[in-house]
Structures are given as structure tokens and as C-alpha cells.
Ligand binder design. Structure first.
Ligand SMILES: NC(=O)c1ccc[n+]([C@@H]2O[C@H](COP(=O)([O-])OP(=O)(O)OC[C@H]3O[C@@H](n4cnc5c(N)ncnc54)[C@H](O)[C@@H]3O)[C@@H](O)[C@H]2O)c1
Length: 319
């Protein structure tokens, strides 16, 4: 099975591509992103440059590589999207439309297309946010994801395409630093705790957001892709929950390992985005329809993050 990943150099793609290569074979997973091949580390090969807003380039990559499955991860995230809404619209809405059209025309067997908790807005119930609820996002990113879910469902019903997607919460990982998201603080805090012993957080201490550790997110994504399509009543919009905590709570958890760690709070424009999102997510549909179960709670994730990041940063210093 030949798989194409768009946006493969990002926070999720950089880990998902390794996991998919282990399952489907090194040469069957084609990574793509905006960077030129000569700028890309060898672990990402086979690799090709692909801008998803270029429909012809997308079709060429699909046909030349005989692609059968697409993980469409290319996107502009929430904070970057508020800085450049036009780019966010182009990449997230037009780019997705081109991927769906190219998939329809080339009989792609499966498309995985992530959504986000950013589809929810201030009118949505904040606690245990239901699967079906008020979807009135206030950011360009959120509305691009909400319309993306609807577009995907349209292609499922109209053209019988197999499309699946999760509303990812904020993802925490140590391989690739996230950029341009509102939940980035929950990764930066670990880097600064190890490197500087202190962190200035761009959200308030009591801001609670739904989060997930990357190993859970990768496993869940692959499990959803392997589920029996006939058993799925939802398609591109599964609520997907890991662990919810406030900025203060993660700081306290880090302090258990690094007692001298200190945190200060200097909220910026991202506070307003965070305040419009839920605090916890009801993912019972994912549990019922394809058996989702999260493994990492806050203490287990913190221990694992610090362990791996210490190794990574020490290695980096030695070079
Ligand atoms: N990371 C999270 O916390 C999170 C949370 C919710 C949803 N998501 C969703 O998951 C998907 C992947 O997110 P991520 O965290 O890996 O994002 P990321 O920003 O780390 O990576 C996105 C990648 O897309 C690439 N890209 C941007 N414009 C492009 C274009 N025109 N053509 C091709 N590539 C382009 C970027 O270069 C980048 O490598 C996105 O759909 C995102 O909305 C992520």
C-alpha cells in the first residue's frame, strides 16, 4: 500500500511517518511538505516537495507514486492562522478541497484528515464537550476545520470515499517542536524546564485545555485508519480525548521531578483563543465505534517527556 503524507515535517507527521513506515514498509510511505528535498533529513525519505495549494503538483505526486492512501496533515495552525487568516484559508480549506478532489479523481482508497478541538467555540459546553454540539468557532483555523469536517462528510456520502479524522486536542511531544498553535506552551514548558529551569507561559495559570501525549495520538490515528469503515457512523469528526489540565497543574507535575523549576504567566493573544475552547472532551463515540482508549495521564506523560527530552537535549549538547 502506497501512502502519501502531506505536511509530513510537522509535529504529527514527523512521528506518524516513522510509525507508518514500521507497519507498511520504508519505501511505501512518501513524505511531502513545503521544504526542498535537499533541506530535509534522510530519515524522511522517500520525500518530495508538495504545496497542497497547487492542485496539479498534488495530482502529479499521487499519480507518479501510485498513491492509494493519503494522510493529509498539511495545515496552518490556530495562532499562525490568526496572524495570517488568508494563508490559513488557502492551505486548510482550498488545500483540503484539492486533496479531496484529487482523491476522487484518482480513486484513493482512504484519506485521513485531522480536525481539531478548535471547531468548538465559546457557546459550546466546556466540560465533557459532546460529539454533536454547538460548532461556532471564532478563529479562521477553527472555521477551516469545521468546514473541513463538513466537506469530508460530503465526499463520503456523495462519492463513497473512505475519509476518517479526529478532533485532536493539544498534542505534546518531544521529537518536533510545535509552532503556531495555542497549546504549544505544554511542549515549550518541558524544554525550558530542562534548559533554563524556568518558563514564561503565554496562557493564564488556571487555563484548562484538553491535551494528549503523542504516542496516544499516533496509536489512535492508526487504530482509526484500521477500523472497519462499515462500523463507523462518524467519519472526519471524532471527538478524541487524552488528559485535561491547567497550566498551573502541569507546572506542579514538572516540579515533582525538577524541584527548582519556576513558572511565570504573561498571557498574550492566544489566551482569547484558549478561552474559546473546551476544557474536557467526551470521546465515547470513538470508544464505542473503534475501541479508543487513552493510555497516558499527566504523571505518566510528564515522566516520559522529561526522560526523552533529557536524552535528546544532552545528545544535542554533546554535538
Ligand atoms: N499539533 C496539535 O496539537 C494539533 C491539534 C489539533 C489538530 N491538529 C491538526 O493535525 C494536523 C497536523 O498538525 P501538526 O501539529 O503536525 O502541524 P504542524 O504545523 O507541526 O505541521 C504542519 C505542516 O504542514 C506544512 N504546510 C504548511 N502549509 C503547507 C502547504 N501549503 N503545503 C504543504 N505543506 C504545508 C508545514 O510546513 C508543516 O510542516 C493539522 O491538520 C492540524 O490542524 C494538530
Amino acid at each position: 500500500m502506497k501512502i502519501l503524507i502531506t505536511g509530513a515535517l510537522g509535529q504529527i507527521g514527523s512521528e506518524l511517518s516513522l510509525a507508518l513506515k514500521q507497519i507498511y514498509g520504508q519505501n511505501n510511505v512518501i513524505n511531502s511538505d513545503l521544504a526542498l528535498p535537499q533541506q530535509v533529513a534522510s530519515e524522511y525519505f522517500p520525500y518530495c516537495q508538495l504545496d497542497v495549494t497547487n492542485k496539479q503538483q498534488l495530482i502529479d505526486v499521487i499519480t507518479q507514486n501510485k498513491i492509494e492512501v493519503i494522510y493529509h496533515l498539511a495545515a496552518v495552525l490556530s495562532a499562525s492562522g490568526e496572524k495570517n487568516p488568508q494563508l490559513c484559508f488557502d492551505v486548510n480549506i482550498l488545500g483540503l478541497y484539492y486533496v479531496l478532489e484529487a482523491s476522487r479523481q484518482n480513486a484513493i482508497k482512504q484519506i485521513i484528515c485531522p480536525s481539531s478541538i478548535a471547531v468548538f467555540g465559546p457557546e459550546t459546553p466546556k466540560q465533557n464537550t459532546p460529539q454533536e454540539t454547538i460548532i461556532l468557532p471564532k478563529t479562521m483555523y477553527g472555521l477551516s476545520k469545521a468546514s473541513g469536517e463538513l466537506l469530508c462528510d460530503y465526499y463520503v456520502k456523495k462519492y463513497n470515499l473512505d475519509i476518517r479524522g479526529l478532533r485532536y486536542p493539544g498534542l505534546i511531544s518531544y521529537k518536533t517542536l510545535p509552532t503556531g498553535g495555542t497549546t504549544d506552551y505544554a511542549v515549550e514548558i518541558f524544554y525550558d524546564a530542562i534548559k533554563k529551569g524556568s518558563y514564561q507561559c503565554f496562557l493564564q495559570e488556571n487555563t484548562i485545555l484538553p491535551m494528549m501525549y503523542m504516542p496516544d495520538a499516533i496509536r489512535g490515528t492508526i487504530e482509526l485508519s484500521c477500523a472497519n469503515f462499515k462500523q463507523l457512523n462518524n467519519h472526519s469528526n471524532f471527538n478524541f480525548a487524552g488528559v485535561s489540565f491547567s497550566c498551573g497543574e502541569i507546572a506542579l507535575e514538572i516540579k515533582k521531578h525538577l524541584p527548582h523549576f519556576t513558572i511565570s504567566y504573561q498571557p498574550d493573544f492566544r489566551q482569547q483563543i484558549a478561552d474559546s475552547w473546551p476544557q474536557s472532551i467526551d470521546d465515547s463515540k470513538a470508544k464505542q465505534q473503534w475501541g479508543w482508549q487513552c493510555e497516558y495521564d499527566l504523571p505518566k506523560m510528564t515522566t516520559d517527556m522529561l526522560h526523552h527530552l533529557n536524552i535528546k537535549l544532552n545528545k544535542h549538547e554533546q554535538h
